[in-house]
Design a binder for this molecule. Structure first.
Ligand SMILES: [Fe+2]
Length: 300
């Protein structure tokens, strides 16, 4: 879903793909080397130090239920055996990012494409392209929840519709602010369920504890209008009450909503908007420094 995927190293063009061909991008799972398993172990260990009491409780439970362990990059077939029973989802290896339409079609059929490579030691702190750690560690545990699984399937169906309507950019904001960077209220406090955060040690802390970002109650129309940063911490996070409430809030046909929002101006990251249910008003301190860094980069 990232922008500019055409320039990504791990990317498949989709040439020759026809709608309905669900297996087109699937490849055999890579046999990872010992050095690559070491990278998995290091990434996993680092997140385990951070995520208890920050990740949604389902996440920690699912890691063990699905057999996603620290020991090695899991065998997808083993994970799928349990995942299928829990929620009817499967994770399938693909060479890297795939184009929007086949991606939506896979989700609509409860298949989650996972990168079939792992970052290098030099990329431990940041990688823009989703690798097996981001996809399997970040996304798959949450897919074990049947309601979240239904949400993802509905998102895939909505994506196919958005492709026909020319509204993928708007819909992608929903994916970004929920599946990748979503926060959820749990009885003990705010918790992380977005995979982009769960697979990032720094953002796992930033999103909950830094005073800079706004934390705002989820509102579908608001999210569909809100731009995001693809290469920095978010300036705002949207908070859901439960997966059921997210599913219910996004159940309607979006066609009239896209029409209604066609003339509405986009909302920039970090801007608060009339009607926002602000749970925490951010100071914007980090956001301002990050904006200055981006401006200096564009000047060069
Ligand atoms: Fe992702």
């Amino acid at each position: 879903m990232d922008k500019g995927i055409g320039s990504a190293e791990h990317y498949t063009t989709g040439e020759g793909w026809t709608p309905g061909d669900l297996d087109f991008f699937t490849v055999p799972q890579k046999r990872f080397t010992e050095e690559e398993h070491d990278i998995w172990r290091a990434l996993y260990r680092r997140q385990l130090d951070i995520l208890p009491k920050r990740a949604i409780s389902l996440f920690m439970d699912s890691l063990s239920t699905l057999g996603i362990s620290q020991e090695k990059v899991p065998d997808f077939a083993d994970v799928n055996e349990i995942l299928m029973k829990r929620s009817g989802w499967q994770v399938v290896p693909v060479p890297g990012l795939i184009p929007d339409e086949p991606f939506f079609e896979m989700l609509a059929n409860r298949r989650f494409p996972s990168g079939n490579f792992i970052r290098t030691k030099a990329q431990m702190d940041y990688i823009q392209e989703p690798d097996v750690f981001h996809d399997l560690f970040g996304h798959v545990p949450i897919l074990a929840d049947p309601v979240f699984g239904d949400y993802m399937e509905a998102y895939g169906k909505g994506g196919l519709k958005a492709a026909r309507l020319g509204t993928i950019d708007q819909l992608a904001r929903l994916y970004w602010y929920t599946v990748e960077f979503g926060l959820i209220k749990e009885p003990q406090g705010l918790r992380i369920y977005g995979a982009g955060i769960l697979s990032s040690p720094t953002e796992s802390i930033f999103c909950l504890e830094d005073p800079s970002p706004h934390r705002i109650g989820f509102d579908l129309r608001r999210v569909l209008r809100t731009h995001y940063h693809i290469d920095d911490f978010q300036d705002n996070y949207f908070v859901i009450d439960s997966f059921q409430s997210l599913f219910d809030a996004t159940l309607a046909d979006f066609t009239p909503i896209y029409e209604e929002l066609a003339e509405a101006p986009v909302i920039l990251p970090g801007e608060l908007h009339a009607g926002d249910a602000v749970l925490h008003r951010g100071t914007g301190t980090y956001a301002a420094k990050a904006a200055a860094r981006r401006a200096a980069r564009t000047k060069k």
